[in-house]
Ligand binder design. Sequence first.
Ligand code: ADP
Ligand code: ADP
Ligand code: ZN
Ligand code: ZN
Length: 732
Amino acid sequence: MARDIELTGLRQNNLKDVTLRLPKERLTVFTGVSGSGKSSIVFGTIAMESQRQLNETFSAFVRHRLPKHERPRAERMAGLTAAVVVDQKPVGGGARSTVGTMTEVHALLRVLFSRRGEPSAGLATAYSFNDPQGMCPGCDGLGRTVELDLDLLIDPDLSLNQGALALHPIGTAPWQIYATTGLFDPDKPLRDFTRKERELLLYGSGFKVKRGDYNNTYEGVVVRFDRLYLQRAREQVDEEARPYVRERTCATCGGARLNAAALASRIGGRNLADHCAMEVSDLIEVLGRLGDPVAEAAVESLRRIEAIGLGYLSLARETPTLSGGEAQRLKTVRNLGSSLTGMTYIFDEPSVGLHPRDVHRLGDLLVELRDKGNTVLVVEHDRDLIALADHVVDLGPGAGADGGRVVFEGTVPELTAGPTLTGRMLRRTTGLKERVREPSGRLTVAGANTHNLKDVTVHLPLGVLTAVTGVAGSGKSTLMRRELVAQHPDAILIDQSAIAASIRSTPATYLNAMDPLRRLFAQANGVSPGMFSFNSAGACPVCKGRGEIKTDLAFMDPVTRVCDACGGSRYNPEALSYTVAGRTIADVLAMTADEAARVFDLPQVARLGELGLGYLTLGQPLSTLSGGERQRLKLAHRLRERGRLYVFDEPTSGLHMADVDTLLALLDRLVDEGNTVVVVEHDLDVVKHADWVIDLGPEAGQHGGRVVFEGTPAELTEASTYTAKYLVKSLD
Ligand code: ADP
Ligand code: ADP
Ligand code: ZN
Ligand code: ZN
């Protein structure tokens, strides 16, 4: 078997004919500023090609049913092994997927209960909330029920003609049945309905009514709602219905998900649901005392979860509620449990969400994976994790078109001594700021008790930059996202979650720059603005405005090629015959934000440059942006507002140390323009730069949830919290 992974002539996205040799069974870290091309190599090329090659080993029959992977743009790729991508995407599975089911500890506990539970409920499936034998009949094992909230659905002060039914606006078909078939007086406010009329409106069913030429079966408002939204959509309530329902803990099982027989079965006084509700760290102790081989196997898995800093989670926690960093760490644990070797593991910034205290534990796990005989590739900015690398690939020198080259390959000491931006940043130490800003006032968040918070009250300084710190699970996000933003709804939350947008969205459409551009083109050429939209009159008829054509060949990889008719521009010939300042609309969309801002008066676009995103083109699909790029694009969208409270959730993730400097300059500007900025952060450079720090802890989960320090960064260096300890260490 080849000793190296050999990659020649890589050209995916911004890569400029990159040639690389990656040592197998080693830990390689990829560094470089955001947008330099790290993901294009690791995910866009290596992971993509490994998956494609793997798919080729299946029969045509199977292959046809697998997701299709296109061949990355590369001349030669040799020595690849099967790849496992451990990323921050949410763990799927819906409400039936929990930390326990995902890590398979739940399955072990079921076996344990079937053997040792008193009285035993039967075999292991009798303890499964995902199996009819074990699930609570009241909630089908979900632990909660959804119910219609009538107060939200109907407004008793209004009549049908005034729009009393929130879900059935005037003129819709259901409204016509209620208001125009003679059953009710459409002008009478609902509160004046007789008891009988009210019953009929809400719960009536089973008879025909005539509307126009049709006979319709009558369904009362609640009956219809139940049929359409609640019966089929228990696990996931329809978006449309969500505003009108309330979730309640299931009355039958009290949220335990299991039926009476399973819940009656106990070990040491606790039933299975009690075990699942405990924090992992406590569960380890309880199971450890049993001296049972199955319990021991469970303890072994639980110890891994604890080792990676997730001991504060419970097995009952639903995986869709985990943060991206937590999800990634759990996936890591799951892979460590496997005995596979000779694989390529690919991690996307695994340090996200981790306090400096816990980063080394994660590092231990990466090294453990390598030592089992796997190749480990990591995209990372954290100094402590970079330090563990056997080999570093540094990309750059810049982002987008200015990046895409390997600027350094070698060991960490060589990198740190070398001339690249990453090398220089690794050599740098930053001190505390000389002066902190004085707050213009205080904003109180009082009596916060959500999740693990213990009646927390904080007085957030206004008009300054505040960092909220603490180990993962201490309660930072809960305090900021659930309490601050809920108590002060005009706060602007900026995180890295996906932008809800169509596949045709681009920076230009997102920042509302398309309308002025279309109007400019329309006025200059005397045609309608729709001519310059690739979603309407201007669309290329061949690719329908997509710019590319995807051919699905039955038994081969799909081929995407640029549309011949429009050359990838998405526009039809007529649209492309019009110009402004010598450029067609397609030429404008191919310009970078920096160029476009120079030529046209587009303030929205000019802001991208201020945020370090000037290299994006106006027409780049939003789906191709990284999390960090998305976060800054969202910021560009809101940047002109003044006197506001901005809350950033870990804004440095995906950012190189040099990008962090740009971010800090931007946060400073926001504050200096009269805004209040709060960042939930682990990056010590950000903490040093803050005017005020709120540190939560002391530990995670039930052992956290308190404010352990409030004050300036200088005062923090005198404190005795974990954050204080690592802050002092970073100043040496
Ligand atoms: P990094 O991982 O270093 O942040 P990426 O590899 O994600 O960088 O991106 C490198 C460049 O390629 C960026 O300019 C990015 O916007 C661009 N890019 C990434 N994916 C796509 C894509 N699917 N289509 C077009 N451009 C892309
Ligand atoms: P941090 O942001 O400091 O990492 P979190 O606010 O995410 O901490 O978590 C604090 C505590 O609240 C932890 O014990 C965590 O398990 C719990 N928690 C967070 N989100 C949820 C949720 N959606 N459901 C139940 N518990 C949660
Ligand atoms: Zn139930
Ligand atoms: Zn076309």
